[in-house]
Ligand binder design. Structure first.
Ligand code: SF4
Length: 118
């Protein structure tokens, strides 16, 4: 990848999703994380935690990360994508876990916002 960045992009890692995902080893999620974290650009990286949380909350019925990303981008304000992404990653990783989520003490359930536990 480094050789391609050097030879084809003047040694500068591209700052657009389409070009980034042509680089070997760079998938859509990693490209989006790079845009959000390094360039502070609006993007919605969808990892396993974001995907699980989005489905449990009823934000998306997407069958893959591209569909989930599309759904999240439609309903969440663009200027806050980076913040929402990080919140969903952390909430999914430590609270709304894949196995044994903390539903018993979850405020979202208490407020009737989680479609997974209804
Ligand atoms: S109630 Fe459970 S499944 Fe729903 S958001 Fe909270 S932790 Fe996740």
């Amino acid at each position: 990848m480094a050789k391609i960045v050097h030879a084809q992009h003047g040694g500068v890692i591209p700052a657009d999703l389409e070009t980034l995902t042509t680089l070997p080893g760079v998938g859509r999620k990693n490209a989006s994380v790079f845009l959000v974290e390094f360039h502070n650009m609006p993007a919605m990286p969808v990892d396993t935690h974001v995907a699980r949380f989005a489905k449990r909350l009823g934000f998306s019925k997407g069958k893959n990360v591209v569909e989930i990303e599309r759904d999240l981008c439609e309903i969440l304000p663009r200027e806050n994508w980076a913040d929402y992404h990080l919140l969903m990653v952390l909430f999914g990783r430590y609270y709304c876990k894949a196995t044994k989520p903390e539903c018993a003490t979850c405020k979202l359930k208490e407020d009737g916002l989680c479609s997974w536990t209804k």
